[in-house]
Design a protein around this ligand. Sequence first.
Ligand code: SAH
Ligand code: SF4
Length: 365
Amino acid sequence: MANVAGSSKVLAGQSSQELQGLAKQLSEPAYRGRQLANWIYKKGAVEFGQMTDLPSNFRRSLEDTFVVTGLATVSHQRSKDEVDKLLVHSGDDQVFECVLLPYRDRVSCCLSSQVGCPMGCTFCATGLGGFDRNLSVGDIVGQYLLLQSLTSRRIGHVVFMGMGEPLLNLGTVVAAMRVLHEEVGLSYRHITVSTVGLVPQIRALAELELPIHLALSLHSPFDAIRNELMPVNHKWPVAEVVQAMKDYARKTGRKVTFEYLVIDGVNDTAEQAKALSQLVRGVSCVVNLIPFNWVDTGHGFARPDQAKVAEFRKVLESSGVNVTQRVERGHDIAAACGQLAGQHAGRFAKRDRLVALQRAIPIDQ
Ligand code: SAH
Ligand code: SF4
């Protein structure tokens, strides 16, 4: 495949400075590197052929050794509500997904940070498939550039809510965010990192003092329930991780988000809504409710009906908590949160084996 990374080097993720160095190595003046950066990050060119003001011999020598994104599209689905979901790989058979989300007032995208995820949350399609590898800076920036090439509108918002746990790949995710900020021109405020709740990494991110929007997948205020949903809670329980989020908000001056996946009969009781409102007291935050997207987890988890979610919301709001409910898009192509599982032949087989295995194991073991 012509544009797959393979043995070629990937330009996506390199700074303008680095591209100027590259131009010099190829016996071109530095400003050719700036032009290259401009084509890639500002004009959205994903092929050298599009870079019409570069001399043809420079373009040819770039083509010999380099690729822009290095990503090959395995499948491209478009939902009825105009959400695009791409399944891509960068030269191996390890596929990952990214999603383009156009809204009336803005365009957002959802990026993956890993192929698969090792955190093992019991409600999540990605988690069920196990972990393959961390993505590189080029893989992450490449997803953005590829999605940007699908639309004439500017993608101004990025959420790391695709496959993987971004804080397990923190250095790389931060490097990718720097490129998106410094080269593409995105505001850090429009970049959201969603985490399962790795306390040392939340603290490390806070130390960088970048105004990145941080979201914690909380999903229950009670350790007993969160333990069953998210094995990470055994290591960093509710009180500790919520404290880390409060400290993050204080240090960065940013409002934080608590994501709350609502699963029918599991974490949607009034008791949990009350405990949740106590827990998040004293921090500038919003609680974002996400009705469970059905995934065959083997645990019999079900989506709550709208009335139940509304009831839960009412309890929170009556205690003064800011609440939003995720606007769900792309249902018909399984582009919603937790449904990105890299479903192609190989991974499907692996996932199916895992689902069968999980069915045989009770949730508390
Ligand atoms: N690993 C990170 C980011 C990727 S998951 C995290 O866990 O936060 C993005 C969001 O999708 C998380 O809030 C996660 O809890 C949620 N999610 C996972 N499975 C889901 C499902 N089946 N239905 C709805 N949301 C789900
Ligand atoms: Fe990983 Fe997030 Fe899925 Fe948990 S919810 S398994 S952390 S991707």
